[in-house]
Design a protein around this ligand. Structure first.
Ligand SMILES: [Zn+2]
Length: 350
C-alpha cells in the first residue's frame, strides 16, 4: 500500500500536480503593485493568504497529499529564474494579439549563472508546513525547464547548452537538499520540457542530467513530465514514446504523467516498459473547461488500472492549475477525489 513518512495513504492517493489557481484578489493585488496603487507588503500579505486558501481548498476537496499551490511562482518558473544572477532580461518579442509562449520575456546570460540566495523553496515549504498536518509535496522545476527562456551569450560556449544545464542542475540539487534538510519528505522534479523542446537532448543525456540534479536528495522523489500548459495550451508533441524505456533510468520513486487531455492514450507504455515503481496518472484535464463528473474520472482510473498495479497507483491532474480559474480548479479537485472514491469502493468490493 502507498505510504509517505510511514503513514499508510490507502489505495489511490490523490494530489494535485503542484500549482493551484491564483485567486482573483491576488491577481488584482499584483496588478495594483505594477500600477503603483499597492505596495510589496500588500502583495506579500495577499500571497500568504492565497497559500492558506490553496491549502484550505485542497483539504476541503479531500486530497491526500497537498502542495503550497506554488502561489509565489508566476508563470510557473519566473520566480525561480528571477532568483538567478548572471542573466539579463530581454523584452518579449510579441506583446500584442493572442498571448503565447513568445509573449513572455527572455533572458540572456551575462556570465555563468548562480543563485546566491537560493530559489526560496525552503521558505515556501516552512510556511506551508505551518498551515496543515497533511503530507506535503514540494515541486521544483528542473534544469531543462529553467533553461527554456535563457539564451546563451556571455559566460558559456555558443551553441552548447550542456554547461548551462549542469550549472542549473547543481543549483536545483542544492535547493532540493536544502528543502529536505528543512523537513520535506516528498519532492517532485517538474520537467515539462523533457519532450521535444529546445535545448534538445538525447534521452541518455536527459537521464544523466536528471540523475545529477537529484543526486543525494534523500526523499521520496517524483518526476513530472507533461507537454506544457501556457494558458491551457501545450507546447510539445503530445507523446511519451520518445522517452520510453530510457526515462526509466532516472532514479526516482514515481512518474507523474499527463493522460486525461489525451483521452488516456499511451498507458500501454507502462505495461510494456514499466517496473514496480509508483505511477501517478493525470486523470483530470486541467487544459479543458469541461468539468469532469466523478464517473468520468472513475472511467479514466479503470482504464489506468488495466496497465498499473493498484498498489502503485496515485491519482493526480495532468498538470498544475496555474492557467485555471479558482472555481474550476476547486471543482476539478472535488471530481478527482469523488472519482477515486468510486473506484476504491469497486476495488475493495464494498
Ligand atoms: Zn505539468
Amino acid at each position: 500500500m502507498p505510504t509517505l513518512n510511514g503513514t499508510d495513504l490507502g489505495l489511490f492517493p490523490t494530489m494535485g500536480v503542484g500549482s493551484y489557481a491564483s485567486p482573483s484578489w491576488l491577481i488584482a493585488t499584483r496588478r495594483a503593485l505594477r500600477a503603483g496603487t499597492a505596495g510589496p507588503a500588500d502583495v506579500e500579505e495577499a500571497i500568504q493568504d492565497a497559500v492558506k486558501m490553496a491549502v484550505w481548498d485542497q483539504e476541503e476537496a479531500g486530497l491526500d497529499i497537498l502542495t503550497d499551490g506554488e502561489i509565489r511562482r508566476q508563470r510557473f518558473l519566473w520566480n525561480v529564474v528571477e532568483k538567478l544572477s548572471g542573466l539579463n532580461m530581454v523584452r518579449a518579442q510579441r506583446k500584442l494579439g493572442i498571448m503565447s509562449y513568445d509573449s513572455a520575456p527572455r533572458f540572456e546570460t551575462t556570465e555563468r549563472v548562480s543563485a546566491p540566495d537560493g530559489f526560496g523553496l525552503v521558505d515556501e515549504f516552512t510556511f506551508v508546513q505551518a498551515q496543515t498536518d497533511k503530507p506535503l509535496k514540494v515541486c521544483c522545476p528542473g534544469p531543462l525547464t529553467i533553461a527554456m527562456p535563457i539564451r546563451l551569450q556571455a559566460g558559456y560556449p555558443q551553441g552548447d547548452y550542456l554547461p548551462l544545464l549542469y550549472d542549473l542542475a547543481e543549483l536545483v540539487n542544492k535547493e532540493l537538499r536544502g528543502v529536505v534538510a528543512a523537513g520535506a519528505t516528498f519532492i517532485q522534479l517538474d520537467e515539462p520540457s523533457a519532450v521535444g523542446r529546445e535545448p534538445a537532448l538525447s534521452i541518455e543525456e536527459t537521464v544523466k542530467l536528471f540523475n545529477t540534479t537529484l543526486e543525494g536528495v534523500e526523499a521520496k522523489i517524483a518526476l513530472h513530465v507533461c507537454f506544457g500548459n501556457n494558458q491551457g495550451r501545450p507546447a510539445m508533441k503530445r507523446t511519451y514514446k520518445p522517452l520510453f524505456p530510457g526515462i526509466l533510468d532516472v532514479k526516482v520513486d514515481q512518474f507523474a504523467l499527463e493522460f486525461a487531455n489525451r483521452e488516456m492514450a499511451e498507458l500501454a507504455l507502462w505495461s510494456q516498459y514499466g517496473d514496480d515503481r509508483e505511477f501517478a496518472a493525470g486523470v483530470i484535464d486541467v487544459k479543458s473547461m469541461y468539468l469532469e463528473t466523478a464517473e468520468d474520472v472513475a472511467e479514466r482510473i479503470r482504464l489506468t488500472l488495466e496497465h498499473v498495479h493498484p498498489e502503485k497507483l496515485y491519482l493526480t491532474c495532468d498538470c498544475g492549475f496555474s492557467a485555471s480559474s479558482r472555481n474550476l480548479a476547486r471543482a476539478k479537485l472535488g471530481a478527482l477525489v469523488a472519482g477515486a472514491q468510486l473506484v476504491r469502493r469497486e476495488v475493495s468490493g464494498a
